[in-house]
Write a protein that binds this ligand. Structure first.
Ligand SMILES: Cc1cc2nc3c(=O)[nH]c(=O)nc-3n(C[C@H](O)[C@H](O)[C@H](O)COP(=O)(O)O)c2cc1C
Length: 201
């Protein structure tokens, strides 16, 4: 059972913004309180993949995500990438769960090396040092030895590495079905009800 219903969700510049937006929608439905982080590259990927240009203004960007996710209660709170005073930046304030979805190879490398150069990297560093749940959804193809070494390093630290690898045994009929498969796996790892029925049950 999940006691802390706060969660940090970071969107970075790998392909896969439909996963991120579907995850945010599901978390809102699950009444989670979301600290949202969006890298500059993620904004560009959202523009190209979703045909949506995020506003430059902080409040308007937050409003965009709340509106998109039908968040009527202000569950989504957007943080600036240099807001070092925000709860996810500190072990004493961070939620016990964090997801980086999608996770670029750049952010993956920075987290694996503990760089903490922006709030996404710092929040992940905090999650690792506090032994909180950290899930990353990397996306790249093919994977170089560097990418694989970073993933192995993180997996050995207890980070759950969930590549965006949809399966097809549920016979998806649409892109949304494919997205839902991945988001379902994420939700179940977070201790929340998924979107799809459990396989074989
Ligand atoms: C349309 C688009 C798709 C991209 N897809 C990927 C990707 O799948 N994986 C990846 O690691 N980087 C991808 N990139 C490159 C990253 O966005 C870039 O390395 C960026 O510096 C990552 O910054 P961030 O980690 O701060 O978000 C993509 C960039 C664009 C514009």
């Amino acid at each position: 059972m999940v006691i802390d219903n706060r969660i940090t969700v970071a969107l970075t510049g790998a392909s896969g913004s439909p996963y991120a937006l579907a995850l945010l929608k599901a978390l809102v439905r699950h009444k989670q309180h979301i600290w949202l982080l969006v890298s500059d590259a993620a904004r560009e990927v959202i523009r190209l993949e979703m045909g949506q240009t995020l506003p430059a203004n902080h409040e308007q960007t937050e409003h965009y995500f709340r509106h998109y996710c039908q968040d009527t209660t202000g569950a989504i709170r957007l943080l600036a990438n240099n807001d070092w005073s925000a709860p996810p930046a500190s072990g004493s304030g961070a939620p016990t769960r964090m997801v980086i979805c999608p996770c670029s190879m750049g952010t993956l490398a920075a987290v694996a090396c503990g760089l903490s150069n922006n709030l996404i990297e710092r929040a992940a560093d905090v999650a690792i040092k506090e032994q909180h749940q950290l899930i990353i959804l990397p996306r790249e193809m093919p994977l170089s030895p560097l990418h694989l070494e970073h993933m192995l390093k993180l997996a050995r630290l207890g980070v759950v590495v969930m590549p965006a690898s949809p399966a097809f045994y549920h016979q998806p009929q649409s892109v949304q079905d494919i997205v839902d498969f991945v988001v379902d796996r994420l939700l179940k790892h977070l201790g929340l009800a998924g979107i799809l029925p459990a396989w074989g049950v």
